[in-house]
Design a protein around this ligand. Sequence first.
Ligand code: TYM
Length: 333
Amino acid sequence: MFKEQKVLLSGIQPTGIMTIGNYIGAVQNWLKLQDDYLSVYFIADLHALTIKQDPTEFRQRALSFYAQYIAFGLDPEKSILYFQSHVPEHTKLSWALNCFTYVGEAQRMTQFKDKSAKHQDNINMGLMDYPVLMAADILLYQSDLVPVGIDQKQHLELTRDIAMRFNNRFGDVFTIPDGYIPKNGAKIKSLQNPLMKMSKSDPDPNATVSVIEDADSIMRKFKRAVTDSGNEIIFDENKPGISNLISIYSEMTGKTIKETENEFVGKGYGDFKKAVGEAVVEKLRPVREEYERLIKDKAYLLETAKKGAEKARYIASRTVKKVYKKLGLVEQE
Ligand code: TYM
């Protein structure tokens, strides 16, 4: 499909809290890349419905996540920032793509298996269909690049397979997207169990750090972070606790792993944990301040989201129209 500019797209589900894992694995790269692409960032609120939500809390959280997007420095004038549920083309395309996805493929997704195990009382159709909606998100905008953490790699591969399957049958309809997964920081670990990913819905508040958390609380959590035996600040796969803290410090300060190790030669875990906490506080201070200002201005957030959805629909509706025509559905006058 003809495009004037390359397209970048990504999204976050409004569940739990937006963590420093989301920031390091995804948002940091969005910020780096936003000027070089037509950038599309959305709040994946329809995806979040696959888990039970309290409607009042959910609505507030989704708006809060939207404010956090802008507070990070994503620019609603230059980029397209919107709620997935405001753009019905996502579900329109998703239905069509369902008919090009095999049940076996969906069942093989590791996130589907993990989430099914975790929510055994609610293994709903949406949970299995989740990656197809994600494929629709991406393919709607003819996206070239999708910056995400490593946990989304399998979903991206499925997206590519679905797109190629469709193109093989109907010609060049979809751009085949590439993932953009950072070398470092693609999987920030829990502060309480460094063998597990930091997950925004972890029930243990000490395991995660929010991007808008107050300084005292951030410092406290890093002080309590689980580390390994030994006392040296050295990145080592066999020492996941200290290695995770080194990754976080390196991402927050822009220093390499080696520079970080050199900086802390002769220092112990206690000193280092304090330094990591301070680096996180400093890096995120402007985000928190901007967020506090934005969240009070609901009218601005809603107006901005409305404009974002309009821009998104302009592009998305062209893709849906083309796809529906290829499929042989009768055109609507
Ligand atoms: P979600 O909401 O779980 O996470 C948002 C983004 O943050 C990344 N991430 C991490 N990166 C590093 N370390 C971690 N501990 C960590 N935890 C999460 C995720 O990889 C992701 O990039 N299915 C997606 C949302 C989505 C989407 C899309 C993304 C829906 N449609 C289309 C891209 C394109 C999800 O649940 O991400």
